[in-house]
Design a protein around this ligand. Structure first.
Ligand code: ADP
Ligand code: MG
Length: 240
């Protein structure tokens, strides 16, 4: 689904991604872990060109996303992204947050978009919140709405950048459960998270990033129970 070759990203003199190579297969849930500042967010943001890579190649579902001729908005419809801080429109209610993009981009009629939004809200247990504004929702509910917003586009993959890091502890579980459900249904997912329990249970593969490289990757068992690199071991000792 996603092939990354020799990906590089610098901010001025700062080389954040030095050489990233990876393959993300259809239906896989990949969890990305690593120290703060190791480039995890930059990596995700390069995948849908919220950051412009300095070099390398990214193929998403057969399309070279760095090609000048590629319509990046089309790509972003099919490659959803969920952020730490939800990024909902606070002046719009839940229903309008969900229907805005697909209607504006003429992908659906307003009636169809509303119907789809209701179905998806039901799936995450939020059908009663359609008329509420973001300020009237808990953090966990806001994040589930943000996930539903990306699902409105029938994405082929979704990128999650620390989706539970801004939540009160009691709301982390409901968001992880929603993500677990998506993974179970076969959604292709790349998830940056510090939730090691989620990684262990849901990830097909865990990627450890440090110093601008993927320095270790493997199954959850390999990474959590038998990490090979000292860098990985030290990180896991610090977070678990
Ligand atoms: P992580 O998500 O792993 O914590 P980031 O990808 O956010 O790491 O950041 C990696 C490094 O790149 C950090 O040193 C950060 O300060 C730097 N960085 C990120 N975005 C920018 C930017 N827009 N301009 C300059 N430096 C940035
Ligand atoms: Mg980050």
């Amino acid at each position: 689904m996603i092939t990354v070759k020799n990906l590089k990203k610098s901010f001025g003199e700062l080389e954040v991604l030095k050489k990233i190579d990876c393959e993300i297969n259809k239906g896989e849930c990949i969890v990305v872990i690593g120290p703060s500042g190791s480039g995890k967010s930059t990596f995700l943001r390069c995948l849908n060109r919220l950051e412009e890579p300095t070099g390398g190649q990214i193929i998403f579902d057969g399309t070279d996303i760095l090609d000048k001729g590629t319509d990046i908005n089309k790509i972003r419809q099919k490659l959803g992204m969920v952020f730490q801080h939800f990024n909902l429109f606070n002046h719009l209610n839940v229903m309008d947050n969900l229907t805005l993009a697909p209607v504006k981009q003429k992908l659906m009629s307003e009636a169809d978009a509303k119907k789809k939004a209701v179905e998806l809200l039901k799936r995450v247990g939020l059908e009663e919140k359609a008329e509420n504004y973001p300020a009237q929702l808990s953090g966990g509910q806001k994040q589930r709405v943000a996930i539903v917003r990306s699902l409105m586009m029938d994405p082929k993959a979704i990128l999650f950048d620390e989706p539970t890091s801004a939540l009160d502890p009691e709301m982390v579980g409901e968001v992880l459960d929603t993500m677990k459900e998506l993974a179970k249904q076969g959604m292709t997912m790349v998830v940056v998270t510090h939730e090691m329990g989620f990684a262990r249970e849901v990830a097909d593969r865990v990627i450890f990033m440090s110093d601008g490289y993927i320095t270790e990757e493997g199954t959850p068992e390999e990474i959590f129970d038998h990490p090979k690199m000292e860098r990985t071991q030290a990180f896991l000792r610090a977070v678990t």
